[in-house]
Design a protein around this ligand. Structure first.
Ligand code: ADP
Length: 259
């Protein structure tokens, strides 16, 4: 009501979408987008659901590269953006809307918010069972706006072992207070040697689950550092699609079963 009085948009369900899940992280580079994409693909292929991915990482959109998509979205008669589709998953990203040289990094706040409003409210998803929102890292204005304007059914947090303390520190931030956290995915804690399969716990092996327990967060998965995950992502062929029967893909599929 307070927001209505001030003329601010109120929280609403995105039309036609049954479940909305945000994938968030305390900082960049921890594998958040990789989890978002593989999770979306796993739900679409395993559970035969209609799935979309909204790339809300306005300053560093990686969905176009990960999903091997580029080009300008068409518009509906009503001026809504039509998502681009690959591997059976619909995607929308600021990366489709502005050329790389016109990077939002140098935009003023107002332009960023305008673009965000368009991504949140003016995309023609049609009917979806699940929308995965790839959030920007951290807990800034963009994240807060999303939690204030979109009904989120839950958030999945991605962290590497050395950054988990960051999540703990930020748990008090507004964004996390407003959203139900479904659990945490630990990424890159174990390195599996591709030639001899030897496993190395690069940052120790029990710290994270202990911290997660202290923070009262469920562990949704523990994904090793594996060169193939990185290489295939860079080629725009996420592992869940290109090597669906690999152990690596299975980690993401397991998370998909839990949400
Ligand atoms: P974020 O969205 O948190 O910034 P990304 O998903 O873009 O992170 O991942 C950062 C980099 O790490 C990418 O090059 C990605 O391919 C790589 N990466 C992510 N998860 C793994 C993993 N489990 N093993 C190897 N490389 C990974």
């Amino acid at each position: 009501l307070e927001r209505m009085k001030k003329g601010l948009p109120t929280k609403q369900r995105i039309e036609g979408i049954k479940q909305v899940i945000a994938v968030a992280s305390g900082k960049g580079g921890v594998g958040k987008s990789t989890v978002a994409v593989n999770l979306a693909l796993a739900v679409a292929s395993l559970r035969r659901k209609r799935v979309g991915v909204l790339d809300a990482d306005i300053f560093g959109p990686s969905i176009p590269r990960l999903m091997n998509l580029k080009g300008e979205p068409n518009m509906t008669d009503k001026g809504q953006l039509i998502p681009l589709t690959n591997y059976g998953v619909k995607c929308m990203s600021i990366g489709f809307l502005v050329p790389e040289e016109d990077s939002p990094v140098v935009w003023r706040g107002l332009m960023v918010m305008k673009a965000l409003q368009q991504l949140i409210h003016q995309v023609f998803w049609d009917e979806l069972d699940l929308l995965v929102i790839d959030m920007p890292p951290g807990t800034g204005d963009v994240q807060l706006t999303i939690t204030q304007q979109v009904v989120l059914d839950g958030a999945v947090i991605v962290s590497t072992p050395q950054d988990i303390a960051l999540i703990d520190a930020k748990k008090g931030a507004n964004m996390f207070k407003k959203v139900k956290i479904l659990g945490i995915v630990q990424n890159m804690s174990i390195f599996i040697c591709p030639s001899c399969q030897h496993q190395t716990h690069i940052f120790g092996n029990d710290g994270v689950s202990k911290v997660a327990k202290e923070m009262d967060l469920k562990m949704l998965g523990d994904i090793p550092l594996h060169t193939e995950i990185c290489e295939l992502s860079d080629r725009g062929q996420p592992i869940v699609i290109s090597k669906p029967d690999s152990i690596q893909a299975q980690y993401y599929k397991n998370i998909a079963q839990k949400i």
